[in-house]
Design a protein around this ligand. Structure first.
Ligand code: GLY
Length: 384
């Protein structure tokens, strides 16, 4: 990840362009003709009209949100657009993963068709990962592709799903089974919206932040370990994470070289934990936190992560109130979920481990005995 920090330091603490009120920094995702800016700052949800003026040939906007973001932020986004002369159509979907469905895709397409959204249209995904995945995917095939803007409203979406163009829906047979790589033309990240995020959701997002500290930039772990974060510190954390994600996506946009896989640190076990718990009790970030702790232990045993580095990861997780273990978790169910994952991936289970902080590696040689040892630590018996 050479180059991440120097590039970011040039931006830190001052706007890229003095006319960009409220923008603390802009990170470019550099993908040739598909490049786009990620603007990070405060109050940006009120300023989409100004941003759209930089995008030629758009006059109609559809804002896709769920009931929660509709009540909190949709007016803030839409009113300035309407004042600036844009025609705006709002489509509200129910909150939650169930909205990543064929039924909701059809709902969006039909509402857009009824509103005569044409090639001058822009889809705005105002919400968390579910809304971004759904609206981005719907945009990727509507009229063979219309432009879309990501306006993430959760920390998790700001640092991960809103960047990199992975869009898609679930099927009853599995999550994210249908989708596309379809980059947005702009991502607008208004840190003010995070003030409305329930603390548990915020902490869940911090798990992904800590992930970037592990795989690319250990200074993130120091920031995350300081407990409460000022707005300034949060801006810096988000900007660093976005910059890392942008760089990984630039190197492996369509997950072909394996580079993008490093973003899955903690996710092999984390996904299995989510599946084993029926996607109910745990938030994604909580499952990933436990998965990262398992992967960190494996890294210490197998790939050279030092005890001191292991402790830095532990302290960051503790400081953000994230779980490291799940007492009483059904180990057999986690094992079964890992086996399903293994079958799906050509019968090899690939783990992202760390040689040291900031130096990830991919390993497919985790033995059943090593896994059992991880389970002893992260799923202690008899206390849950
Ligand atoms: N969330 C992992 C990725 O975008 O590849």
């Amino acid at each position: 990840m050479d180059g991440v920090i120097p590039k970011l330091l040039r931006w830190r603490g001052r706007p890229m362009d003095k006319s960009d009120k409220g923008v603390a920094c802009t990170v470019w995702v550099d993908l040739g003709k598909r490049s786009y800016p990620v603007r990070i700052g405060v109050g940006l949800r009120h300023r989409l009209d100004e941003e759209l003026q930089r995008i030629p040939g758009c006059s109609k906007v559809t804002v896709v949100c769920d009931e929660t973001t509709a009540a909190l932020f949709a007016d803030d986004v839409e009113k300035p657009l309407q004042r600036a002369g844009y025609s705006v159509v709002r489509v509200v979907v129910p909150p939650g993963e169930l909205s990543k469905s064929v039924a909701q895709l059809e709902n969006l397409w039909r509402r857009w068709a009824q509103a005569q959204l044409g090639r001058d249209g822009v889809v705005v995904a105002l919400g968390g990962g579910v809304v971004g995945d759904l609206a981005g995917f719907a945009a990727s095939v509507y009229l063979r592709g219309v432009r879309w803007v990501g306006m993430p409203t959760t920390l998790l979406a700001m640092v991960d799903s809103a960047i990199g163009g992975k869009t898609g829906i679930d099927l009853p047979e599995g999550k994210n089974l249908v989708g596309s790589f379809y980059q947005p033309c702009l991502v607008l990240e208004d840190l003010e919206v995070l003030d409305h995020l329930p603390p548990r959701e915020f902490r869940s997002g911090m798990a992904e932040v800590i992930k970037y500290g592990c795989i690319a930039d250990p200074s993130i772990l120091s920031l995350a370990s300081s407990g409460h974060l000022s707005r300034e510190a949060l801006t810096e954390l988000v900007a660093r994470c976005v910059q890392i994600k942008a760089q990984v996506v630039e190197e492996d946009e369509q997950e072909k070289t394996g580079k993008r896989m490093i973003l899955n640190f903690g996710h092999t076990l984390g996904h299995a934990v989510e599946a084993a718990s029926g996607y109910q009790k745990l938030l994604h970030g909580e499952a990933v936190a436990v998965g990262m702790w398992g992967a960190a232990l494996l890294s210490h045993w197998k790939s050279g992560l030092s005890a001191e580095e292991l402790d830095r990861i532990y302290q960051a997780l503790v400081s953000q109130g994230l779980p490291r273990e799940l007492p009483g978790m059904n180990r057999e169910k986690v094992q079964d979920a890992l086996l399903v994952d293994k079958k799906k991936r050509n019968h090899t289970l690939r783990w992202v481990l760390l040689r040291s902080l900031g130096s990830p590696c991919i390993r497919d040689d985790v033995t059943p005995q090593e896994l059992e040892r991880v389970f002893e630590f992260v799923f202690p018996r008899g206390t849950g």
